[in-house]
Design a binder for this molecule. Structure first.
Ligand code: FAD
Length: 518
């Protein structure tokens, strides 16, 4: 089961051979999910190549509505990417580097179009950071080959993870299927240094030279979102102030978090009413900050300068950023988990429910379980949901409602601003007990207990379910079960759509039966 890992290694190992191609009129960096200048490996290599050959560096980004569809990108995520491109284009232009942006209808046109552009710009060198999704890996591998046949080199390098996939192996030489030993190996691999790149330095040193030569590329505009991904005016206003885009915003957010919040992270991270986490996921998902910068900045604040010791908040936060790497390693090693398959085949036979009414109630935050409804409404309104709540609603959908977890996984991608295939699939696999290193299937979250434990005073619920604002701290977790049914009904809040205890028994049986028949 290692073809993707082999592809990753093969892509990486041909680098040296490809470097022999001589540069001509320009060198290109192709931006994808790495929308930043600093600590960007492929961009730094492209810049070095341009410097060495004394030719301009050109940057490009290809917008493909079909790519947005294939990646189930939410409108708020598409909007964030386009806003980031505006900023990146401006920042690069100040360094006399054009960011050329073009829209192609179909994603399969991208390789040919890139070849045409390379011809047009007299370029023999293309650089990009590696994306680990199967289609992207296959496309890049074909492009390396096809461009080489045309006398051009395409370097695809590791960038998005702190430790690239394929570098950590268990004692028996396999990919770890359990997070804890994988994490120990991750920390040991990083050792003392994190190998962060210097601040980005433009190779286009003669001000105006590139602009004169490639004026059209500077002048092109960032396109509008495709019609099915457009936000309303009100949504734009809301999301733009909630989620400032671009590399500087990311760095400011990281610095502020490290300054003010990271020390208390391990105590506050599970309380959805607290602003106790970094909210950096959107930046990590779009590449407006590197995971190395995050880990290094946090570690440097630790008096012990350690990744896995010293301040508890710092230690725990770094171990959370590591989960992102873990799931990307999983994606590369077991790509089928992101192709709608459970990690273990025996979980393929669970008899899921496809009750559309229940699914709709879950999507709209009208299940009658206040903590679940608050969380779903946060997602629908902010394009974001707190991690604790992601686990609660994912468990509720897959176990209480016994609805196929893939429907929830998809709904998340279609609504999250930080939607990331590997992390989202990992989170759903964990909560629905079908993934790598999952929650055991017989551990079923009780939404009421979760609510009382993590939102004891109902602050989060009151914010997102205003119908329940006047209920006291006991009633608010379960209005109809705790004598506040009349008030809840009057305010238009629904009764619970299911009974948790019955659902628990049903889920245990369904999982047991599915596994036995699997
Ligand atoms: P912080 O707590 O500040 O953590 C810092 C960073 O570490 C995050 O930004 C993220 O990049 C990474 N991280 C933290 N926890 C996890 C985790 N469990 N798995 C992977 N990476 C993690 N995260 C996404 O980035 N995109 C998703 O599409 C996504 N879908 C999820 C779906 C489910 C069902 C679950 C349970 C979790 C999902 N997560 C996803 C993980 C996690 O919920 C978010 O990364 C986190 O809530 C983002 O908030 P933050 O940036 O404040 O995180």
């Amino acid at each position: 089961p290692r073809p993707m890992e082999d592809l990753v290694t093969a892509l990486y190992n041909t680098t040296e051979q490809r470097q022999r191609v001589e540069a001509k009129d320009s060198v290109i960096h192709w931006f994808k999910t790495d929308l930043r200048c600093n600590d960007n490996r492929a961009l730094a290599l492209a810049s070095e190549k341009a410097k060495e050959a004394a030719v301009p560096l050109i940057c490009m980004y290809i917008v493909s509505p079909q790519d947005f569809e294939a990646h189930l990108a939410s409108p708020v995520r598409v909007d964030f990417i386009l806003r980031t491109l505006e900023i990146l284009k401006r920042d690069l232009a100040k360094l006399d580097i054009p960011l050329y942006i073009e829209t192609v209808e179909r994603r399969k046109q991208i390789p040919d179009r890139i070849l045409e552009l390379m011809e047009q710009w007299g370029s023999r060198h293309l650089f990009a950071n590696m994306e680990y999704e199967v289609d992207e890996l296959r496309r890049e591998a074909n492009m390396v080959h096809d461009l080489a046949e045309n006398g051009k080199s395409f370097e695809v390098v590791h960038d998005t993870c702190v430790v690239p996939p394929g570098q950590l192996q268990s004692g028996s030489g396999n990919q770890y299927a359990v997070y804890s030993p994988w994490y120990r190996s991750w920390v040991a691999h990083i050792h003392a240094d994190l190998d962060l790149l210097e601040l980005f330095d433009s190779p286009n040193k003669n001000p105006g030279t590139a602009r004169k030569r490639f004026k059209d590329l500077f002048d092109c505009a960032v396109p509008e979102a495709p019609s099915n991904k457009q936000l309303t005016k009100e949504e734009k206003r809301r999301f733009h102030s909630m989620w400032p885009a671009g590399e500087n915003a990311a760095k400011e957010r990281l610095d502020k978090f490290c300054e003010e919040k990271i020390g208390g992270y391990s105590d506050n991270r599970n309380i959805p009413a607290e602003d106790g986490t970094s909210s950096l996921s959107v930046h990590l998902a779009s590449g407006t900050i590197s995971s190395r910068t995050c880990v290094r900045t946090a570690r440097d604040r630790n008096k012990t300068k350690k990744l896995d010791g010293g301040n508890e908040g710092i230690r725990v936060w770094i171990s959370e950023v590591a989960w992102r790497d873990f799931y990307k390693h999983v994606l590369v090693h077991w790509p089928y988990v992101c192709m709608n398959k459970p990690y273990k085949p025996e979980y393929s036979n669970i008899a899921w429910s496809y009750n559309e009414e229940h699914f709709k109630a879950w999507c709209e935050g009208r299940t009658g379980f206040p903590i679940v409804d608050a969380a779903m409404r946060q997602l629908n309104h902010n394009g974001y949901m707190h991690n604790r709540c992601r686990m609660i609603v994912a468990s509720f959908l897959s176990k209480d409602l016994l609805i196929d977890w893939r429907k929830g996984e998809r709904y998340f991608m279609e609504h999250l601003i930080d939607g990331d295939f590997a992390s989202n699939n990992g989170g759903w696999g964990f909560s629905a007990s079908v993934g790598v290193d999952p929650q055991p299937y017989f551990r079923i979250f009780n939404p009421l207990l979760q609510s009382e434990k993590f939102d004891p005073e109902g602050v989060y619920i009151r914010k997102w379910v205003p119908e329940l604002q006047d209920l006291d701290n006991k009633e608010i977790h379960d209005p109809y079960g705790r004598g506040a049914g009349a008030k809840a009904k009057k305010a238009g809040y629904p009764k619970p759509i299911v009974n948790h205890k019955d659902c628990r028994d049903r889920a245990l049986n369904a999982y047991k039966e599915g596994i036995a028949n699997g």
